[in-house]
Design a protein around this ligand. Sequence first.
Ligand SMILES: NC(=O)c1ccc[n+]([C@@H]2O[C@H](COP(=O)([O-])OP(=O)(O)OC[C@H]3O[C@@H](n4cnc5c(N)ncnc54)[C@H](OP(=O)(O)O)[C@@H]3O)[C@@H](O)[C@H]2O)c1
Length: 298
Amino acid sequence: MTTTVSSRVGFLGLGVMGQPMALRLVRAGVGLVVWNRTPDRCDPVVAAGARAVDTVTEVAADCATVVVMLADEFAVDQVLDPGGPGFADLVRDRLLIMMGTYPPAYSVALQAAVRAAGGSYVEAPVSGSRAAAEAGALVAMLAGDDPSVLARTQELLASVAARVVPCGPVPSALLTKLTVNSYIITMLTGLAEAVHLGDRLGIERRRLTEVLLGGTLASPVLATKLEKLAAGDHSAQAAIADVAKNTGLITTAAARAGAAAPLAEVCHRLFADAVDLGLGGDDLIAVISSLEARAGSL
Ligand SMILES: NC(=O)c1ccc[n+]([C@@H]2O[C@H](COP(=O)([O-])OP(=O)(O)OC[C@H]3O[C@@H](n4cnc5c(N)ncnc54)[C@H](OP(=O)(O)O)[C@@H]3O)[C@@H](O)[C@H]2O)c1
């Protein structure tokens, strides 16, 4: 199947999320041109039919639409260099689809810079981790002003997201994403704390898993995280360092909005502690180590 979107689509950032998302696009028939700072992370996507290039300039030269799935605003600055001499040529007559999680104010400023240079801009952050990305089961939140651009984006994302939720103008998609993350992160940190408590009370993780997954709280996310805890599998679906970044964005957004966010603040400290313990690359559920450290058992 070939999509009716522009002939070629660029994809910048083939990390934990970007790689499976790019793979789904290629397998859906999208002609994909990929770039990643660490080139060998392009290999699986190239094996599936994408073309890898050495520079972002080559991506822009070949693609009217460019998906950006880079880690944070510092990576975006480094890669796109907004305000730099080559920026206008990179984005003029291009549609930039920003799918990572960035500060809302940063996104507003980037949108203004892209528009001033003659490009189009859409926010499309996603909810769901690597397993959801592999399954095409992400939920994308969409923000922008131009209905035809939003429709083009939604069509492109059909193989990546099971659902696309329109949110309004930029940065409403990122504000929605931070709100959703506030729930997910505090919930999963609560799971880590419960397992830690169970460990101390002598409750087998297997028994806890049976009870939690046996009732109405059962969910694929809960099952995945409980399995990872039982197996001691800390491979990242969502990395501790990324969650620490996210809790920082949530607490900042809450402070600006005058919202109370005590749970997010505690989570922010726990994830920062986990980064300090050297666990930044581990899955978020390894935050249990921060609790063990607080309990004096590490
Ligand atoms: N993981 C999740 O569950 C999840 C879910 C929803 C949204 N998100 C958001 O989606 C974005 C990507 O997440 P991820 O989990 O895929 O992160 P990741 O695995 O850390 O990948 C980050 C990507 O950014 C690149 N990058 C980082 N710093 C760079 C720099 N200075 N210059 C150039 N490239 C740089 C990395 O390149 P290298 O390969 O060279 O390091 C990689 O391609 C983040 O904004 C994250 O918050 C993540």
